[in-house]
Design a protein around this ligand. Structure first.
Ligand SMILES: Nc1ncnc2c1ncn2[C@@H]1O[C@H](COP(=O)(O)OP(=O)(O)O)[C@@H](O)[C@H]1O
Ligand SMILES: [Mg+2]
Length: 247
């Protein structure tokens, strides 16, 4: 089982889109996938047009959770909305507070991939997601301000990983919102590659209107527009992630 957290400190960089599209892509490739919505905004559940009776908030407090099968081989844990924000506050006062997610999912078996869609903040839920994950995927939009946000995100993530006694920098950067018509996209991408080298994924997610439209239909990009650029890019990401497990 491979566990990913999709995280940045900036909103609107494509975290939820990546969690949903990569999750669905992997399930279409025959893998069993669980997406955990760690954001009180519930964007994963909203994308699929579902609402669970109990979600991550309940899992972390009572151990009870309603896991929904939204597609063949694709499961989600809803966040619990506002309740999750409240749980976040309670967690802060408990001992072993960074390992609550680890503890709660100890007996989870039979999944090939778990993907945590994280909110853009440094909170206990995200610290739990970091403690739980094997690797962090950091989607960075290809504009100037995002690049600044990226440095902060990387600092915080590596610092937390260090505090959690993990000295490996376990992250990969996913360039998103790439716009071939602008010089700035190219420049930001070159800058990232210079600094982070092979920690930048080969796949680049281009700006594509179909990606924006898909959630309105409660569909993923593969269902809404399977021949779009957006679908192509997320197929490619799925392949790249899968190929990192082949010899
Ligand atoms: N490659 C893309 N091209 C166009 N729109 C995108 C793309 N990726 C995401 N979006 C749209 O941008 C908005 C923010 O994306 P989202 O994945 O929700 O970001 P985050 O979870 O980081 O806040 C959403 O409306 C989404 O549909
Ligand atoms: Mg989101």
């Amino acid at each position: 089982m491979m566990r990913y957290a999709i995280m940045t400190l900036k909103g609107g960089t494509g975290k939820t889109t990546t969690a949903v599209s990569l999750g669905h892509g992997l399930s279409l490739a025959g893998k069993k996938v669980l997406i955990i919505d760690c954001d009180p905004q519930r964007n994963v559940a909203v994308t699929f047009g579902v609402e669970a009776k109990s979600g991550l908030a309940d899992l972390l407090t009572t151990g009870d959770v309603d896991i929904l099968e939204v597609r063949d081989n694709l499961f989600i844990i809803d966040s619990g909305g506002r309740k999750l924000a409240e749980v976040e506050l309670i967690l802060g006062r408990k001992s072993d507070r960074e390992n609550r997610l680890n503890e709660s999912l100890k007996y989870l078996k039979g999944c090939d991939f778990v993907i945590c869609d994280c909110p853009p903040s440094v909170n206990m839920i995200n610290i739990n997601a970091l403690a739980y994950s094997d690797e962090v995927i950091i989607p960075i939009a290809m504009d100037y301000l995002s690049q600044v946000g990226a440095d902060q995100t990387l600092e915080v993530i590596t610092e937390i990983q260090r505090l959690l006694n993990n000295y490996d920098a376990r992250f990969r950067i996913l360039p998103t919102f790439f716009d071939a018509r602008t010089r700035i996209s190219e420049k930001v991408l070159d800058g990232l590659k210079e600094r982070f080298d092979n920690q930048v994924l080969d796949t680049v997610i281009r700006i594509n209107t179909a990606i924006k439209e898909a959630p309105w239909q409660n569909k993923t990009i593969f269902e809404h527009a399977p021949l779009s650029r957006g679908a192509f890019d997320y197929y490619r990401l799925t392949e790249e992630i899968l190929s990192s497990f082949e010899e």
